[in-house]
Design a protein around this ligand. Structure first.
Ligand code: SAM
Length: 315
């Protein structure tokens, strides 16, 4: 760090790769009860949120990640009214769900109340007031425990947690046992959306394990992907559904649904969609051949007993 507070933020996804972002100012750097959090004002990407050393999102391109995470699933269901978000600290997944007037309530369960306080203070460009929407219910606690004990049923559940299999509070949210609980807490034609980790060629096997684990519980599972510049990587997502298939929607159908549900005018507070639309929907579900082949193979399924043992098996 220099005298005027500027410097370089370094992110190290693993020992073989480091990313550096020039920043003008550190807005916060410290530890909450659960994780380390840094928020910088970067020269290129605006504000960047980093947790446990990994970039979570940047002001410049968070819309790519959050619109891709939320809208393909929301558009797939006829009339989603009750939504659950597990994680999602910045409030941007919440913002995207709240665009839909059909949504009556969104319960957001995040482990870490300090992250939400930091988001309210420093990440207004992300949540844009979504925490204050009367339909928002904030719960602080572990997402899995919440789902195991809630009597509620949801049309859509979203898992938007820190991507960490090896260590950290999110690892129990990627197992077959957890997905069984999630399926049970969904309404008859409900669906689960899961952020599906980095998706460079080295990650295909890991993503295939996730896909297979979901497919061992849900009848319809679709992987999709897009490039997120601040992650320096293609990023994966999954929709696991009891009935409806997101991948069969034509551009015309997506356009008609968007018009019917969100109207023609940009949202008065959140503005227009900037990434997701009828054409983006088609593009998101196009997968590399090698990934498709791996997904179709039989192999390992992630279970509770193995979820804390380190890097995922690669078969
Ligand atoms: N979009 C992000 C990414 O790049 O992976 C995720 C962002 S969001 C900041 C992740 C949130 O997940 C954090 O606020 C963290 O507190 C929350 N989280 C982690 N483990 C959790 C758990 N077991 N239950 C609920 N929330 C959890």
């Amino acid at each position: 760090m220099t005298e005027n507070g500027s410097g370089w933020l370094e992110e190290a996804p693993d020992d073989l790769e480091h990313h550096r972002f020039a920043y003008r100012k550190i807005l916060f750097s410290g530890r909450t009860r659960y994780q380390s959090v840094t928020i910088v004002d970067s020269a290129k990407l605006g504000k960047i949120l980093v947790m446990d050393g990994a970039v979570q999102s940047s002001q410049e391109d968070e819309f790519i990640y959050h619109e891709s995470l939320i809208h393909p699933g929301m558009i797939t269901l006829p009339d989603p009214r009750r939504v659950l978000i597990i994680g999602g600290g910045e409030g941007a997944s919440l913002r995207e769900v709240l665009r839909y007037p059909s949504v009556e309530s969104v319960t957001m369960v995040d482990l870490d109340s300090e992250v939400i306080e930091l988001a309210k203070l420093h990440l207004k460009e992300w949540h844009r007031g979504a925490f204050d929407d009367p339909r928002t219910k904030l719960v602080f606690g572990d997402g899995r425990r919440f789902l195991e004990s809630t009597p509620e049923r949801y049309d859509v559940a979203v898992v938007d947690v820190t991507d960490c299999f090896e260590e950290g509070p999110a690892r129990a949210l990627f197992t077959q046992e957890f997905y069984r609980t999630a399926k049970d807490r969904l309404t008859a034609d409900g669906l689960l959306i899961v952020q599906g980790l980095a998706l460079g060629p080295r990650d295909y096997r890991e993503h295939a394990v996730l896909h297979r684990t979901l497919a061992s519980v849900f009848p319809v599972v679709r992987s999709y992907n897009t490039f997120v510049p601040s992650f320096w990587s293609e990023w994966g997502f999954l929709i696991a559904s009891k009935k409806h298939d997101p991948a069969v929607l034509s551009p015309e159908e997506v356009a008609a649904r968007l018009k019917r549900r969100l109207g023609d005018a940009p949202h008065p507070v959140y503005g227009p969609l900037r990434y997701y639309g009828p054409r983006a929907h088609q593009k998101l579900f196009l997968l590399p051949e090698m990934l498709t082949e791996l997904i179709q193979k039989n192999g390992y399924v992630l279970k509770d007993a193995e979820s804390g043992t380190g890097v995922l098996p690669t078969t």
